[in-house]
Design a protein around this ligand. Sequence first.
Ligand SMILES: NC(=O)c1ccc[n+]([C@@H]2O[C@H](COP(=O)([O-])OP(=O)(O)OC[C@H]3O[C@@H](n4cnc5c(N)ncnc54)[C@H](O)[C@@H]3O)[C@@H](O)[C@H]2O)c1
Length: 358
Amino acid sequence: MSTNRLRVALIGQGFMGKAHSNAYHQAGHFFDLPYELEREVLCGRNEATLGGMAARWGWRETATDWRSVVERPDIDVVDVAVPNHLHAEIALAAAGAGKIVLCEKPLATSVEDARRMADAVRGRPSMVWFNYRRVAAVELTRQLIYDGRLGDPFHYRGLYLQEWGNDPTRPPGWKTDAAQAGSGVLGDILSHSVDLALYLNGPISEVCAMQQTFASGRDVDDATLVLARFANGSIGTLEATRYATGAKNRNSYELHGSRGAVRFSLEDLNRLEFFDATEAKPLQAYRNILVNETRFWKPGHILGYEHTFIAALGEFLLSLHRGELFHPDFDDALRVQLVLEAIAKSGNSRGWQTVELK
Ligand SMILES: NC(=O)c1ccc[n+]([C@@H]2O[C@H](COP(=O)([O-])OP(=O)(O)OC[C@H]3O[C@@H](n4cnc5c(N)ncnc54)[C@H](O)[C@@H]3O)[C@@H](O)[C@H]2O)c1
């Protein structure tokens, strides 16, 4: 394959700065990429640690002002991995300068911003880091659905449980500040559950939500519970919380259909449980499948969290080369944002809320 250069500027040096740096470093090791990925600029606000992080992950330069980076002619890709309230401004500036834009979830803190962002890149390649779509067990779930192995869907159940909200020793950060995060668990982790629900079970038409803030003085939701109606006739529940004592990062789902069921948890991400209701009754039981993922290693050689980011980036770049649009793109993330907005409205009004179509 030819090796066109793609010079990347990563905005954000935190948790996702690390996950994305690793993906840029590793994608070419596992995917036969037609691009030479050049880690050009790492941009962050913590000057004391920025140089060390850039050296560790192979970034050529550092910057502390994203405005000095996103329009540079020697940058091809701008990747936005900063607190949520900054996504729109940075992504719009990068898109306006003709860059390929990648952005962390949630796409924005409002539907208005998300719509402007999706409009700005429509027809061009874009990616939103809903990385859990790239878990092999999730891909197998989708395959089972498309092969008709689950039959007509009845129930979808999505959970995203964390416990760190209930830690009084933890210093306050941007994730618990509405001005920077936009919302609490709604945008932070329920966005992942909504994306997986839309990806696996199709559009959500109506929601009814309850939101709770446990910590005094906090202005974001610590927990959000949702009843959902899907356009395909199935019904679902979605739940996200930072107060699930004992749960570190339990992102899981179940689907029950007329012919079978599946259940998945990120706590055991190499496995998918599949129940085949068409088997002879005495033999019916959940099978615990060690999912074969061969893009990285040989079958059964298990994968971890970081592979979801490497796979997302690798597949995005292969789509880019083929001239195909990639999913999840900004339009997919706008659809998630519309569901999140309906959930927030329902939480406020305490009533059912129709989800606006894109
Ligand atoms: N895909 C996932 O699973 C996943 C997981 C965690 C976080 N996220 C998302 O990634 C984004 C970042 O979250 P995080 O956990 O890495 O946060 P973080 O607090 O660890 O890092 C945020 C970084 O942004 C930098 N920053 C803040 N303001 C800046 C500015 N004006 N210019 C340049 N840099 C600035 C900070 O220096 C920091 O390095 C958020 O949108 C979050 O929702 C996604």
